[in-house]
Design a protein around this ligand. Structure first.
Ligand code: URA
Length: 149
């Protein structure tokens, strides 16, 4: 299960998570891992796009939490990847920087949770693709899988 932040304009228009520029990059990461989108359940902390694309408030995240927890209950994932600070901090009730949360396992219910940088951050800062790929390899190794590329 992949958890992002909130729908952007493209996601709002199409009613699907991660279909804009960040989603295209996420698709590349998914393919490099040897997966298809249909192998994953992809969702967000928030159900709606915050005005002006600002970061979600904690009240907004709390309002959407029942829905998110419902998704997690139904999917019952073995693994969750939190993409970016908003996902990592809200899901896990953490305040540590995302850089310090990488490359270690957290637990949410019975799921093992890995945190990494958000694909939008990678678009703004391409050198961060390298640590994200390290994180994906860390995940694949834990799952007993090998990357496709
Ligand atoms: N960014 C997110 O965090 N989620 C989306 O669905 C799209 C962009």
């Amino acid at each position: 299960m992949f958890i992002g932040e909130a729908p952007g304009a493209d996601e709002d228009a199409q009613g699907e998570p991660f279909v804009g520029r960040a989603g295209k990059l996420l698709n590349d990461i998914i393919a490099a891992c040897g997966w298809q989108r249909s192998d994953l359940y992809i969702c967000n902390i928030l159900r709606c796009r915050p005005p002006g694309n600002r970061n979600p408030t904690s009240e907004e995240a709390t309002n959407c939490r029942e829905y998110l927890d419902g998704q997690i209950r139904v999917v019952d994932p073995d693994y969750i990847v939190c993409w970016g600070t908003v996902a990592a901090h809200n899901l896990l009730d953490e305040t540590t920087s995302i850089g310090k949360m990488r490359q270690k396992w957290f637990k949410y219910g019975r799921a093992k949770v890995l945190c990494t940088y958000h694909p939008s951050y990678l678009l703004r800062n391409p050198p961060a693709k390298k640590p994200v790929w390290e994180d994906m390899k860390y995940l694949l190794a834990e799952m007993g899988l090998k990357p496709a590329k």
